[in-house]
Design a protein around this ligand. Structure first.
Ligand code: PLP
Length: 391
């Protein structure tokens, strides 16, 4: 049975066009792009084509793109580069709601002599910008703020922050792994020095990413080795996946406007119907400023993992912010930072849609979810105290 896959912020299906484009580079076109011969040289040219495709999607120049192994490597490369370029500066600013790719690196650095400021968010997941601006000082090496949150979809005011940082001449990195391909990004108008993206969030395979580094911004490589990527990232290129991410960016660029309105319509239908049909359900995050494909809903007095297991029995894939399903000991740090009550965090479910999501699939979720919540509430000690009506 084909799953109803609503976990696209975790990873996406490889687009058929992307698979077709990458396939020859896994089989007959296996040359090394650094080789002198024609067989390898043609691969080098394809990599340059992919670089142009990626740069076009985000309004960058091809020379500003460094291919990496994933979003995590891009994030780590950006932050570590800033610390190497400004060895005298020991202060990093980030947020409390970053993905572990940034958050855990910053926590690690805070145990290695760096001072890290974690900017809080309000109960809608919106960033406390005044706190951010007041935290800037002469010692700040880099500010790293995600473009859009992976759990709630909330979009941060990157442009506004960027203008202030540009004036203060402080390096600015944004983790745009969840934003690229979902909402338009134009780096010609966006004052950002470095930006991370990842292939598997936009219908390319896992294990390939890119880091944008603005022309003129000093960069110190994270992976030191050969001369690949203009000496900015050693290691023989993951050719097929680089071709794939290029094609995925080309597709995203072509369809971004249509997809964004298609997805927000479906997402709104899903969340409005679930809120209407299930009492004690609430949307987590600012509904005004969100990725079009994401909704995070708390169903109070039920366990997220129980909901996921029930959804799974209908072939529906989603994810939850509770500890057991997130693979960590702690429930969602994002929802905790937003002050979402404990009972609501445990029953939080993230649905994330993609261009392949159909209205029939959404209707199926709308049909089964209220039944699942009702039956789980009847079993739960909290739920028994509440009148459990689900329509
Ligand atoms: N940043 C954000 C916001 C993400 O959502 C993710 C993945 O979920 C990453 C970084 C890490 O990307 P990758 O899985 O390519 O390392």
């Amino acid at each position: 049975m084909k799953p109803i896959y609503l976990d696209n912020n975790a990873t996406t299906a490889i687009a058929p066009e992307v698979y077709e484009a990458m396939q020859p580079y896994l089989t007959e076109l296996y040359g090394n792009p650094s080789s002198m011969h024609t067989f390898g040289g043609q691969i080098y040219r394809k990599i340059q084509e992919a670089r142009a495709q990626v740069s076009k999607l985000i309004g960058a120049e091809p020379e500003e793109i460094i291919f990496t192994s994933c979003g995590t490597e891009s994030d780590n490369s950006a932050i570590m580069s800033a610390l190497r370029v400004f060895p005298q500066k020991k202060h990093i600013i980030t947020t409390k709601v970053e993905h572990p790719a940034v958050l855990n690196l910053c926590k690690h650095l805070s145990r290695r002599g760096y001072r890290v400021t974690f900017i809080p968010v309000d109960n809608l997941g919106k960033l406390d910008i005044d706190f951010l601006f007041k935290s800037l000082d002469e010692d700040t090496a880099i500010v790293s703020i995600m473009y859009a949150n992976n759990e709630t979809g909330v979009i941060f005011p990157i442009r506004e922050i960027g203008y202030v940082l540009k004036e203060r001449k402080i390096l600015f990195h944004t983790d745009a792994v969840q934003a690229v391909g979902k909402i338009p990004i134009n780096l010609q108008e966006l004052p950002v020095d470095m930006l991370s993206l990842s292939g598997h969030k936009l219908h390319a395979p896992k294990g390939v990413g890119a880091l944008y580094v603005r022309k003129g911004v000093r960069f110190s490589p994270f992976i030191i080795g050969g001369h690949q990527e203009n000496g900015r990232r050693g290691g023989t290129e993951n050719v097929a996946s680089i071709i794939a991410i290029g094609k995925a960016c080309e597709l995203a660029e072509k369809h971004i406007t249509y997809e964004s309105s298609y997805l927000s319509k479906l997402r709104n239908k899903l969340e409005n119907s679930l809120i209407e049909k299930c009492p004690d359900a609430r949307i987590n995050g600012d509904r005004e400023n969100r990725l079009p494909n994401t909704t995070n809903i708390s169903f109070e007095f039920v366990e997220g993992e129980a909901i996921l297991l029930n959804l799974d029995s209908y072939g529906i894939c989603a994810s939850s912010g509770s500890a057991c399903t997130s693979g960590s000991l702690e429930p969602s740090h994002v929802l905790r930072a937003m002050g979402v009550p404990f009972t609501a965090i445990h029953g939080s479910i993230r649905f994330s849609l993609s261009r392949y999501t159909t209205e029939e699939e959404i209707d199926k979720v709308i049909e089964v979810m209220p039944k699942i919540i009702k039956s789980l509430r009847e079993l739960s000690p909290y739920g028994k105290k509440k009148e459990s009506k689900c329509y």
